[in-house]
Design a protein. Structure first.
Length: 561
């Protein structure tokens, strides 16, 4: 599908060509350009390298590999950096409010550098959760030939023959608080759980988004299922550099790849893998940047026909590394394609259709227990359930694997922040039958919509995973499991019904009917809402204040443009 009159130097030529652009060329001689480079397409390589987190600590090397692939294929690479923050470090603190905000900063910074410098194409390498949707949002906005590269999954830690990961530490904190393990045992877990570079090792948000992006068509086949430290990941980076030149020569841009059908592919794969609730938020945001109308209701429509097949952490048994060893997600996608659950004609970053990419994919080895057959699913429909009701009139996102049950009735225990809820859980003040309500943690109210991995992990560590529910206008880490409902909209800060819930109020959650209701009269609810007053903003200046002023509802992806 080569496009007529496509100039592979459409963006770089106005910056570099002609006598009047001598100063531009002079600047670039100083960073390593040679005379012949000025006639090549200029490809930016957005690196999310930082020593901030193991998810990204190796990405400088991966970016250099991508640059080599670009240079070897006839382009000229320019590597530049954007930021990352570590959810795993900031979780449960005020710093976590910057996590979702960083998605927007990453997107804005990649857009700014690429557009300002006249790059003709883009390769972006991401590791931690917000890097990936941030990179995709920028690619969709810029609409220049682009390939995303996932930094890769971490290997499991090991303690006394037991495999560990980050969530093992959070759950150990709950067990320690419950006096089930000693100080020394907790220290042993924390010192062994994270052995080196790579993103968190279950089907948490990083691996969910990497898999969804591959299904979306914006990364090369199998990019989502490689260890961070491996020859396969180095080869993936170099291949991405070559691939972006191929897209450029054929004039294939993100707008040729991103479509309603490709987003349905991404949703289908995220569901089949038992992926993170954050996929709902991030895919809505990427679709918005691409100008595609994706709604919460689309998750319900797709989820009714897609089963959960992968027995992966957090609710399952296996690590992403184990899925890598049996072939990654390609055999799964081929199965889904053969059953008519994927759109095979969607174009991808390889320059081929999804169906062509999967033509040579081999089935999983016999005897493996990680991915179940379609006839014997873990759950016959989606675990990502969109709920509506008088507590969430604009929708909420539940992660209901079925292992916790499909319904929950209980009484509200209301907390105005994550920290207060966590303290109550650790101090044994939360009991069987409680519905923990954590509010004023939404995109505007937090601001920043913090993840609730600390309280959900403490609940599991306390042995209450099936005994209590948690409801919030914040969101959840991909590592959270249990009966958890987030993204309550409207959020408390804008006067959503969650703002007026009182201790002892009965709450009923029904995953089959897809409802979440506060069991009080309509008159009582209306009176409470009429009496409610909006609190003062928590931040009056700086990035969080800017974000709170711009961000839209979680039901629209918490976008800022």
């Amino acid at each position: 599908m080569k496009k007529a009159n496509h100039d592979p130097r459409h963006f770089s030529a106005p910056v570099l060509d002609g006598p009047e652009r001598a100063f531009s060329r002079g600047m670039l001689y100083a960073v390593g350009f040679k005379k012949e480079d000025f006639k090549k397409p200029i490809i930016g390589v957005a690196s999310t390298w930082a020593q901030v987190t193991p998810c990204n600590v190796h990405i400088d090397q991966l970016a250099r590999e991508a640059a080599q692939g670009i240079d070897g294929a006839g382009g000229k690479s320019i590597v530049f950096n954007t930021i990352t923050v570590s959810d795993g470090i900031s979780m449960g603190t005020e710093g976590m409010k910057y996590s979702l905000v960083s998605r927007e900063i990453i997107a804005d910074s990649i857009e700014a550098v690429t557009a300002a410098e006249g790059f003709d194409g883009l390769v972006a390498v991401g590791g931690c959760d917000k890097n990936m949707p941030g990179c995709l949002i920028a690619m969709a906005r810029l609409n220049r030939p682009s390939v995303f590269v996932y930094g890769g999954t971490i290997l499991p830690g090991c303690l006394n023959g037991r495999s560990l990961d980050l969530v093992s530490i959070f759950e150990a904190i709950g067990a320690h608080s419950n006096k089930q393990i000693s100080d020394q045992e907790l220290e042993a877990v924390e010192s062994c759980a994270i052995p080196g570079p790579g993103s968190c090792g279950g089907m948490y948000t990083a691996n969910t988004m990497a898999s969804a992006i591959e299904a979306l068509g914006m990364s090369l086949p199998n990019s989502s299922a490689q260890a961070a430290v491996s020859k396969e990941k180095l080869a993936d980076c170099k291949a991405a550099g070559v691939a972006v030149l191929g897209l450029l020569k054929r004039g294939i841009r993100p707008s040729d790849i991103l479509s309603k059908e490709s987003f349905e592919n991404a949703m289908t794969v995220a569901i089949a893998l038992g992926g993170s609730t954050n996929a709902v938020l991030h895919l809505l945001a990427v679709a918005h940047a691409a100008g595609i109308r994706l709604k919460l209701e689309d998750w319900t429509r797709v989820g009714k026909r897609v089963p959960v097949l992968a027995d992966l952490k957090p609710s399952g048994r296996h690590f992403m590394w184990e899925l890598v060893q049996i072939g990654g997600i390609l055999p799964l996608m081929k199965t889904l394609l053969n059953e008519g659950l994927l759109h095979g004609d969607c174009l991808t970053a390889s320059g081929k259709t999804l169906k062509q990419n999967l033509a040579s994919a081999k089935p999983y080895p016999k005897g493996q227990s990680i991915v179940r057959p379609l006839k014997d699913p873990i759950k016959p429909d989606s675990h990502l359930v969109i709920l509506y009701g008088n507590l969430a009139p604009e929708g909420a996102v539940a992660k209901i694997s079925g292992k916790e049950g499909l319904k929950f009735s209980g009484t509200a225990r209301v907390f105005e922040s994550e920290e207060k809820a966590l303290r109550a859980i650790l101090d044994d003040k939360v009991k069987k039958g409680d519905v923990i309500v954590i509010r004023y943690e939404g995109p505007k109210g937090g601001p920043g919509m913090r993840e609730m991995l600390s309280p959900t992990s403490a609940i599991v560590g306390k042995g209450l995973g099936k005994e209590v529910a948690l409801v919030t206008d914040g969101r959840f880490s991909g590592g959270s499991h249990g009966f958890v409902i987030g993204h309550i909209t409207p959020e408390a800060y804008v006067g959503g019904p969650i703002a007026v819930v009182k201790n002892g109020d009965p709450i009923v959650i029904d995953g089959e009917k897809r409802t979440i209701d506060l069991q009080i009269s309509k008159t009582e609810l209306e009176q409470r809402l009429k009496a409610w007053k909006q609190p003062k903003p928590r931040y009056a200046r700086g990035v969080l204040a800017k974000y709170a002023g711009q961000v839209k509802s979680a039901s629209a992806g918490a976008v800022t443009d």
